[in-house]
Design a protein around this ligand. Structure first.
Ligand SMILES: Cc1cc2nc3c(=O)[nH]c(=O)nc-3n(C[C@H](O)[C@H](O)[C@H](O)COP(=O)(O)OP(=O)(O)OC[C@H]3O[C@@H](n4cnc5c(N)ncnc54)[C@H](O)[C@@H]3O)c2cc1C
Ligand code: FES
Length: 282
């Protein structure tokens, strides 16, 4: 089992820009030197509500990408869905306001040393960590294809952005309002075989991650998924975020997805036990 990400620090970060993009907000924050320790798959925990109405728990958001080449110093990009009180508060924060953040948290995606064929699969705002990952994989000479899925077209984050980041992009929506009608899993096996995919990197709803794991179970494809289980502390203390994971001896451990994840090997997760307490632990 892991401990909190050793690079994690708490600092005040200024919002550089906050733009609405479809159903989401693209929020760029100045984080300075912190960008050097952020890896694709890591997340940030943000204190929300402001000084007069601060909410007790920080909210977790995937780090979409970081950049240290801009004239503004190190910047971190977040893609936020205005969902409940905390994320709605974050989405209305104007440029120049200050955020109390802790980052980088959690584990990161494994980056291959050899050029490989990677398929990135994102559901809704789950595409957030995949854009930064695509940049890193392409710099390593990998061929990077991407599938984005959502219930409706406005929940596909920045399709043009997706196109720029990867070799090919295919979009699926359940109502058919953008791309093909259906789910990202629709032609997954066909795509894997046609494009000789070695690794799938995914992030999105648990049902999607489970479906991908089941589809690739009888293939050689490795499936690294970033789980977004509800988190309270985000640093390994409260056990809110535990997920059942199969050990080599067949037993089950409840791992904390905030420090043993969010990136996990999909084939290790006991998807049918998620949300239940395994018998051995009762
Ligand atoms: C690793 C990770 C990455 C994420 N990345 C993104 C992203 O890129 N973009 C995005 O829009 N969203 C992302 N999310 C989801 C985002 O964290 C939630 O939508 C956010 O917490 C909503 O906060 P809220 O105040 O708006 O919602 P509310 O529903 O009002 O509040 C959620 C709060 O309840 C707490 N909570 C939830 N379940 C429990 C529980 N069982 N016990 C105790 N407390 C609980 C949470 O910690 C949080 O503080 C991510 C989540 C995780 C875990
Ligand atoms: S969120 Fe508290 S242990 Fe993971």
């Amino acid at each position: 089992m892991n401990t909190i990400n050793k690079s994690a620090v708490q600092q005040i970060a200024t919002i550089h820009s906050n733009k609405r993009v479809g159903a989401y907000h693209q929020i760029l924050i100045n984080v300075g030197e912190m960008v050097k320790s952020c890896r694709p798959g890591n997340f940030v925990a943000i204190s929300v509500g402001g000084d007069s109405s601060r909410m007790i728990l920080r909210r977790a958001f995937a780090i979409s990408r970081v950049s240290d080449s801009s004239q503004y110093g190190g910047t971190m990009e977040l893609i936020v869905a205005p969902h409940g009180s905390g994320s709605k508060w974050l989405c209305v924060q104007p440029e120049g306001s200050e955020l109390d953040i802790v980052a980088p948290l959690g584990t990161s995606f494994g980056i291959p040393t050899e050029p490989i064929n990677a398929l990135l699969v994102g559901g809704g705002y789950g595409s957030a960590p995949l854009f930064g990952l695509a940049d890193v994989l392409k710099n390593r000479g990998c061929k990077v294809d991407m599938l984005l899925g959502a219930s409706i077209g406005t929940k596909i984050y920045a399709p043009m952005e997706g196109k720029r980041s990867v070799n090919s992009l295919k979009i699926y929506t359940e109502d058919g309002s953008m791309g093909e009608k259906g789910r990202v899993t629709e032609s997954l096996l066909e795509i894997i075989s046609n494009r000789s995919i070695d690794v799938i990197y995914s992030c999105g709803p648990m049902g999607m991650l489970r479906a991908i794991t089941e589809l690739v179970a009888n293939t050689e494809v490795i499936h690294q998924c970033a789980v977004e289980e509800s988190m309270a502390c985000g640093i390994g203390i409260c056990m809110t975020c535990v997920l059942p994971v199969r050990n080599e001896d067949g037993s089950t451990s409840m791992l904390r997805s905030c420090i043993d994840g969010p990136v996990m090997d999909g084939s290790h997760v006991q998807w049918d036990l998620v949300g239940r307490i395994p018998e051995a632990h009762q």
